[in-house]
Design a binder for this molecule. Sequence first.
Ligand code: FES
Length: 150
Amino acid sequence: MKNELNDLYQEVILDHNKNPRNFGDMHDANHSAAGHNPLCGDHIDVDLKVKDGIIEDVKFHGAGCAISKASASIMTTTLIGQSVEEAKEMFKQFVDIVTTDPEEEIDTLNLGKLAVFCGVREFPARVKCASLAWHTMKNALDDESGASTE
Ligand code: FES
């Protein structure tokens, strides 16, 4: 069962790497941040359009490995329609998923699409890859400099 799940998760990651969702520029973003993985030099930029506390749109662009790209892609599909507070909660949840001790059980029932990243904690070198887009998104939401008041 565990192997079947891993295969399924791997398929999801490969699919999002090959066909990243919400990849590209956003011209009317009101929250943006640039993310950089110092371990490899890869970078991902995240743009968000937030209105009345709700994330109406998210886009990302940049260059990174399959895990970082798939993670960014899945993140965008997870965040659209969520409130800023929910997005910050998901950020915490995601960081927990990829940093929890591999020996510890994770309840995947309520994780939705994020469950595909449970295996990352077994590969500490990939944790930064998987969390790059999430940290960048969090920085973008925390940065009010580009926020409009509409
Ligand atoms: Fe650079 Fe993964 S190797 S983000």
